[in-house]
Structure formats: structure tokens, C-alpha cells
Design a protein around this ligand. Structure first.
Ligand code: SF4
Ligand code: SF4
Length: 146
């Protein structure tokens, strides 16, 4: 089986996600990704986050935070400059297995269209039918045909 399950169209779609890296100083999902349990919206820092360090309530963080792993964390084929805090884009699973979500930093709204984040769109469209670009309150869908 391929060791690149998130960028390989022939990989087993049922393969369990597994973190192969550590987040290091990245904490950007605590800004870009909503937390349903607390009502934290997309694109706003969680008040419990210590940016660049980690979660200030790690032992009691919500279940959705415990479950969350971005693609960069799980996929060594993403180079270091695509670490989400560096490129401004967090790639994550969607409920729909044919699509993924690109959470874009509202302070860098062009991050998914400019280097290095612009490499994500063609790479992901080789595997997924649709990409949802979420930037604050803005939503954009990109498909293979578009
Ligand atoms: S965006 Fe990914 S690498 Fe960054 S803190 Fe979240 S899970 Fe870790
Ligand atoms: S509770 Fe912790 S892990 Fe969850 S978004 Fe806030 S700082 Fe991040």
C-alpha cells in the first residue's frame, strides 16, 4: 500500500489517519478551525490557545480538538514549508469523503492562491473531487472541472 494516502488516488480510502509528525510551534488550527463545543468560529483564535506554544487547557480540551489532525501532520509528502502556520492553510477532512476543506487564514486570504499554498490545490484535486476553501465567513468551492 502507498505510504502517501492523502495525495495518492490509488491509496486505500479507509486507511486510518495517523500523525507522522509533531506540530512543533504550529498552533494555527486553534485559529482557523471552528470548535463546535465552545462555539469558537473559523478564523478567530481560541482564547485558550497560547500561539506558538500550544493549548492552555490541554488536559480538558474538547473532543473535536483531541480528534483533529491536519493533512500536513499525517502526510510526509507535504514539505516543511506547507506546515499550516507557515503557508497559512490548514487542510482537513470533510464529512464528505470526496472532498476536503482548506481553512485559510483571514489575515492571509490569498494564501491558497500564492506560493507555497498554491501547490495544495492541484495536488489535492488529483485525489478529491471537490475542495472547499473556508476563509472566515467566505466559502469557495473548487472542482476538477473548474
Ligand atoms: S494545523 Fe496541523 S500542524 Fe498545525 S497545530 Fe494544527 S494539527 Fe498541528
Ligand atoms: S481548546 Fe485548546 S486545542 Fe482546542 S482550539 Fe482551543 S487552544 Fe486549540
Amino acid at each position: 500500500m502507498s505510504d502517501r494516502p492523502y495525495l495518492d488516488p490509488d491509496a486505500d480510502p479507509d486507511a486510518a489517519p495517523t500523525a507522522v509528525r509533531s506540530c512543533g510551534a504550529c498552533t494555527i488550527c486553534c485559529k482557523l478551525v471552528a470548535v463546535p463545543e465552545t462555539g469558537k468560529p473559523n478564523g478567530a483564535w481560541c482564547p485558550a490557545c497560547i500561539p506558538g506554544t500550544g493549548c492552555g487547557i490541554h488536559a480538558i480540551r474538547p473532543q473535536s480538538c483531541r480528534n483533529f489532525e491536519c493533512f500536513w501532520l499525517m502526510e510526509t509528502a507535504f514539505p516543511d514549508d506547507l506546515r499550516p502556520d507557515r503557508c497559512g492553510v490548514v487542510v482537513a477532512f470533510n464529512d464528505d469523503p470526496d472532498s476536503v476543506v482548506l481553512h485559510v487564514d483571514p489575515d492571509r486570504p490569498e494564501a491558497w492562491r500564492t506560493e507555497p499554498g498554491s501547490h495544495l490545490v492541484p495536488a489535492l484535486l488529483r485525489v478529491y473531487e471537490r475542495l472547499f476553501i473556508v476563509c472566515g465567513d467566505d466559502r469557495t468551492m473548487v472542482t476538477r472541472a473548474s
